[in-house]
Design a protein around this ligand. Structure first.
Ligand code: RP5
Length: 157
């Protein structure tokens, strides 16, 4: 059963958001990956978030570019933690998406990550860390991930 929802505003965001999907798979966490746009398919967003908890979703990751409202709109519709990934898909190279995602007015937070695939990967790891709070198997997977990562760093260049 999927425990993390990965939402993105366009199929064109998938190349970036795949980084979250991949790291979550590495950590043994199943995802529900969907294209939902805050602007183009607002009804889809409302519908999905109304049923997300019943589907077993514990964390929602949202990636969007441009005037990126997806993460904020998702956070408005759920009490689940929402992690935002700004995507550099517009002529402003992600600055617009970063500011739109990070600068939430007080009361409805979005935990915002770096722009692009770096942010997507970190959002995936962070989602696992949230889940690890109640799941020792996921915690172990994260510890192993860290060990494997450290082992790949050479002592000298
Ligand atoms: C946003 O607009 C999407 O998240 C995407 O990054 C951007 C452009 O979308 P497309 O025109 O490529 O579908 O909603």
């Amino acid at each position: 059963m999927a425990r993390v929802a990965i939402l993105m505003g366009s199929p064109n965001d998938h190349a970036v958001m795949e980084a979250a999907e991949k790291v979550l798979a590495q950590l043994g966490i199943e995802c529900d990956v969907r294209v939902i746009s805050a602007h183009r398919t607002p009804a889809r967003l409302t519908r999905f978030l109304a049923e997300a908890e019943d589907l077993g979703i514990e964390v929602v990751i949202c990636g969007a570019g441009g005037a990126a409202h997806l993460a904020g709109a998702a956070a408005a519709h759920t009490a689940l933690p929402v992690l935002g990934v700004p995507i550099d898909s517009s002529p402003l190279n992600g600055w617009d998406a970063l500011l739109a995602t990070v600068q939430m007015p007080p009361g409805v937070p979005v935990a915002t990550f770096g722009v692009g695939a770096w942010g997507a990967k970190n959002a995936g790891i962070f989602a696992a860390q949230i889940i690890a709070g109640n799941d020792p198997a996921v915690r172990k997977a994260i510890e192993q991930f860290r060990e494997d990562q450290a082992a790949k760093v050479p002592e000298r260049p």
